[in-house]
Design a protein around this ligand. Structure first.
Ligand SMILES: Cc1cc2nc3c(=O)[nH]c(=O)nc-3n(C[C@H](O)[C@H](O)[C@H](O)COP(=O)(O)O)c2cc1C
Length: 187
């Protein structure tokens, strides 16, 4: 038995090709997000999309909200997506404790769909959250969570030297199953 290819082939690159992401593919990635499960089916995920070729001003405004290291590689991506979460339920306005969880499920679906389409995504928490909230004119119950770089894979050689080094030296490591699974209560 093998892992799904969309899981095993996925990784988070820092070099993207300038090749446009087809509109049909982008739509399909968001369609995948749409069908994620969520607490009370509240669907608390929201996305703001900046296409470098179509709206460079908005794209650059988002780049300016990234912190240090991310600023120096993310602008190779043709598409930036800001993920936003609605932190209250639609039906009673009470806090939705599962909103971030549900956004994660939606992004998980997007990762699978993007990988199946030959595309790559790199999520970033290294962003200035308050600045992005202001840029997007978000109401207080909406919180920006990440910015995602999306596109086809680019060449590592096209990156600045320091980031090439990080990319060439990075190792994809994971905790062992025994570290994350318990079959009985803790002692
Ligand atoms: C919520 C989240 C935030 C992340 N933030 C950043 C970031 O700010 N900058 C960055 O270079 N990578 C960021 N990453 C990428 C992780 O470092 C990466 O997913 C992890 O090292 C595993 O590598 P892989 O995605 O290639 O399997 C983030 C990933 C996630 C899921």
């Amino acid at each position: 038995m093998n892992l799904l290819k969309t899981i095993s082939n996925r990784h988070s690159p820092r070099s993207f090709s300038s090749i446009e992401v087809e509109k049909e593919k982008l739509d399909l990635i968001f369609e995948a997000a749409r069908w994620a499960p969520s607490s009370f089916n509240n669907q608390p995920w929201r996305f703001f999309v900046a296409n470098k070729n179509e709206n460079l001003n908005f794209y650059n405004d988002i780049i300016n909200c990234l912190t240090g290291f991310n600023k120096s590689w993310a602008d190779t991506a043709p598409i930036l997506i800001v993920t936003v979460v609605k932190t209250t339920f639609d039906h009673n306005n009470l806090p939705n404790k599962y909103a971030f969880h549900d956004l994660g499920l939606a992004v998980g679906n997007m990762l699978n769909q993007a990988t199946a389409l030959g595309l790559y995504m790199h999520q970033m928490a290294g962003i200035e959250h308050d600045k992005i909230a202001k840029l997007l004119n978000l109401l207080s119950e909406y919180k920006p969570v990440t910015v995602i770089a999306l596109g086809y894979l680019g060449k590592i050689e096209d990156l600045p030297a320091d980031i090439q080094k990080v990319e060439n030296e990075k190792q994809r490591v994971r905790k062992q199953l025994s570290e994350i699974i318990n079959y009985s209560p803790l002692n």
